[in-house]
Write a protein that binds this ligand. Structure first.
Ligand SMILES: [Zn+2]
Length: 178
């Protein structure tokens, strides 16, 4: 699944929890705070479009039966790497398959916040029907169009308006001020 997204990473379990986002499964307190911080940075308007997204943290998703992918293809494993999974990637009853961000291992501070923002960028790409091709703003963004979108979104959330191309900026702004 080369078009699954991925990002840096490292692992642990499951627990129900709400971030105003529906029943997610999160154990570790640090991750909860990082997710809350990412939501604050993104703001309520765009987060309102992502209210279906669920999180699972601190778990090996293959072991937990969430999906069957393992080898990313670049030496990393989905068992230990953060990723945003669309419904078609997930195992289990169809009505329980919703876009899910899986964060297998803990990451320190702002590194973890940035990962959450990036993964939410993938969720936003899905919400906007994969219709917008963003220019690459980082080396990692050159991986493919999906990473380009997620990285442009992350750069915008993190650093403001000067990073993404103008058409991408226009898209993000239109989502905040429709
Ligand atoms: Zn990604």
């Amino acid at each position: 699944m080369g078009d699954l997204d991925i990002d840096g990473a490292h692992t642990r379990h499951l627990t129900p929890m709400e971030m105003g986002l529906g029943p997610s499964r999160l154990h570790d307190r640090g991750r909860r705070e990082q997710i809350a911080q990412a939501h604050r940075l993104i703001g309520p308007t765009i987060m309102g479009r992502l209210s279906h997204v669920q999180y699972v943290s601190g778990v090996d998703p293959v072991f937990a039966g969430l999906h069957g992918y393992e080898d990313i293809g670049d030496g990393r494993s989905y068992r230990t790497t953060a990723a945003c999974y669309y419904p078609c990637h997930l195992s289990g009853p169809r009505d329980r398959r919703v876009t899910t961000i899986i964060l297998p291992v803990a990451e320190p501070g702002w590194t973890g916040v940035r990962t959450v923002v990036h993964e939410l960028g993938h969720a936003l790409d899905e919400v906007t029907r994969f219709e917008h091709d963003a220019a690459a703003v980082t080396r990692y963004a050159e991986t493919n169009r999906r990473e380009a979108f997620a990285e442009a979104f992350t750069a915008w959330v993190w650093e403001g308006d000067h990073r993404p191309a103008l058409d991408t900026l226009a898209l993000f702004r239109s989502l905040v001020w429709p």
